[in-house]
Design a protein around this ligand. Structure first.
Ligand SMILES: [Zn+2]
Length: 625
């Protein structure tokens, strides 16, 4: 599936980047731009800048930046094509795919998505339509899962033969190599292929955007010899710790209710969802990871953990609390009675009782202290000290000081302890963390120094450019990326790629030159998309974000000049300055040659040359290009 360039441009130009980003980040106006807290790194003062005028965003803290597609890709961890589709949908633009160019190479990711989608449909047909899917249908029926729910979550069944899927893939001419990479099939030593999921019921795993990235297969109760769950291996489109099962179904409801319930299993999630509890995600197969929390924190800061009441469930809750606290999430913990899981509880006692459990959820401190109490830790002084230390530790992870103080007060009153004692314990835990942080900061410092060194070598960091000729050169680069065809033409008539002194300027100029000479789209957005190197992209973003803005500098020199950087006068001034710079270098070069030459004729020629160069310079100094 390939979207024509013109369509992409149409979508880009109809979107307001400020509107789109406002859906995800709170922005306020400052000067010409909008600023907000960067969603890509954690910060307290806003360094995330969005320019409506240039239709770009840029963070001065972590250097993430780009156009509206780049934002969606980074924010939602989706592919370029997905970002285009999402935006088109938002804007109500119809994406009819260009059949002629359709034969062009699809991105590898797209090919993998397509295979997974086809296979998911095959699994689903097995479950819903095939005679051989009877046992699987029974399984879901026993769990009271409705047909509608099976459809909605794409539930399926892998037929129990050894090569049913292999045959299907061959029949449909689906790429075997890629199917192997996706872990759908595997091969014996002799090269024969076999199905990986055979005999299992199938839960497709979706990206937040609803694409099938992987599968989980569960054995049916009748065959207990194999591992209960089998998951697709990680692939180009699937990184385990970065996916929350059910998020694509739940994200709207999570946003609406500003709360997410986290459960452990696929069946828990599906059963709850079917019963109208739709703000729900599952960690599915891994312990909760920091990346999953980060993903979730885009939708809400309020989380209810609903894990099983068994030891494994409690351990998982305890571990999850720390990870959630580190991301400043507000955590509540709910538990179903021992021996039940959310799915079985809901089926046995109904939704009302279930809602009560969610309403009665405890804060993490109550939960943890109840747990330590159940272990008898509050009966002996020695163990009690240990328990309190354990309780204070997560408090130290909270960055909000006020919240920390409140929690300490709560612990103190719950256990009849002197607050001072707990405060000391907290200070110790904080110091412990600082030590850890200190190490991290030291490491960052070193990284930065290394970076600065390499930057100094290549002179690419924009703040380091103080030479006025290089500043002028940088302004030409900015003009090239403003997407105005006339100026681009004008610049290349006067300056060649080799005339740029800095390597990074040469490679950026070349990108524009290539598009220009191939008659490609020259809009700023299209040009930005062609920069493959992150370093170059960051550099350019910093130039065209207002930090180094040409017009600001220019206004200091002369306020009679309009803000319009594309004005004739501005362009010719910049070009003239560059041309003079080039001439100066040529003249200096020429003088050196005169000094070192022994050949009278050559010297004469060089001297004539010098006069010509100087004449051109004089006339430029007077008039301009
Ligand atoms: Zn940032």
């Amino acid at each position: 599936m390939r979207i024509p360039e013109s369509k992409i441009e149409e979508i880009r130009s109809s979107a307001s980047i400020v509107d789109i980003i406002s859906d995800y980040v709170q922005l306020r106006k400052r000067g010409k731009n909008f600023i907000g807290l960067c969603p890509f790194h954690s910060e307290k003062t806003p360094s995330f800048t969005v320019s409506e005028e240039k239709q770009i965003f840029h963070c001065f803290g972590c250097h993430t930046g780009g156009n509206v597609f780049k934002f969606l890709m980074e924010y939602q961890k989706i592919s370029f094509v997905e970002a285009v589709q999402e935006l088109a949908e938002k804007l109500g633009i119809n994406l009819e795919y260009n059949e002629e160019i359709g034969t062009e190479k699809q991105s590898e990711q797209e090919l993998l998505y397509e295979i997974n989608t086809t296979v998911a449909r095959y699994f689903s047909d097995n479950l819903l339509k095939s005679d051989r899917g009877e046992t699987a249908r029974k399984y879901f029926e026993n769990r009271k899962i409705k047909i509608q729910t099976m459809r909605s979550f794409g539930l399926g069944f892998a037929l129990s033969g050894r090569d049913d899927l292999v045959n299907f893939l061959n029949e449909k001419k689906i790429d075997i190599e890629r199917s192997l990479n996706l872990g759908l099939i595997s091969s014996y030593e002799d090269g024969r292929l076999y199905d990986k999921f055979s005999g299992r019921i199938i839960f497709p795993i979706f990206s937040p955007n609803g694409r099938v990235v992987a599968f989980a297969g569960r054995v049916l109760e009748t065959e207990k010899k194999a591992a209960k769950y089998l998951n697709s291996p990680e692939s180009l489109i699937y990184i385990k710790g970065r996916i929350l099962y059910g998020l694509s179904h739940a994200k709207d409801e999570i946003r609406k209710l500003d709360k997410a319930i986290i459960v452990e299993g696929y069946m828990d999630l599906i059963s709850l969802f079917q019963n109208g509890i739709k703000n729900i995600v599952a960690v599915s197969g891994t312990a909760l990871t920091d990346e999953q929390v980060q993903l979730l924190s885009r939708y809400t800061k309020n989380v209810v953990l609903l894990f099983d009441a068994d030891t494994a469930g409690i351990k998982a809750s305890m571990r999850s609390i720390e990870i959630l606290l580190k991301r400043d999430m507000d955590i509540k913990i709910a538990s179903v009675p021992a021996g039940e899981d959310p799915d079985s509880f809901l089926n046995k006692y109904g939704k009302e009782r279930f809602d009560e459990i969610i309403l009665g959820s405890q804060n993490f401190l109550e939960y943890q202290s109840a747990y330590y109490e159940s272990l008898g830790m509050f009966k002996e002084p020695a163990k009690m000290a240990e328990a309190i230390r354990e309780l204070v530790k997560p408090v130290a992870l909270i960055s909000d000081e006020l919240k920390r103080t409140l929690l300490i007060k709560t612990i103190a009153s719950n256990f009849n302890l002197r607050e001072k004692l707990l405060e000391n314990e907290l200070l110790r835990a904080l110091a412990e963390q600082d030590k850890f942080k200190g190490r991290e900061i030291a490491r960052k410092d070193i990284n930065q120094k290394v970076n600065e060194k390499s930057i100094a070598k290549t002179e690419i960091k924009s703040d380091l450019i103080s030479d006025s000729n290089l500043i002028n050169e940088r302004e030409i680069i900015e003009l090239l990326f403003m997407g105005d065809e006339k100026s681009i033409k004008r610049i290349f008539e006067n300056i060649q790629i080799e005339d740029f002194e800095l390597e990074i300027h040469r490679s950026l100029a070349k990108i524009v030159y290539d598009s220009f000479s191939k008659n490609d789209e020259l809009s700023a957005g299209a040009l930005l998309d062609k920069i493959a190197e992150a370093e170059e992209q960051n550099y350019l973003m910093e130039i065209i974000s207002d930090k180094y803005s040409v017009s600001n500098r220019w206004e200091e020199v002369s306020d009679s000049i309009t803000h319009n950087k594309l004005s004739e006068k501005y362009l010719s001034d910049v070009l003239r300055k560059k041309r003079i710079d080039i001439l100066n270098k040529m003249i200096a070069d020429n003088t050196k040659k005169i000094e070192s030459s022994q050949d009278e004729n050559e010297i004469l020629q060089l001297m004539r040359n010098e006069v010509e160069l100087k004449n051109e310079r004089t006339s430029l100094l007077k008039t301009g290009i």
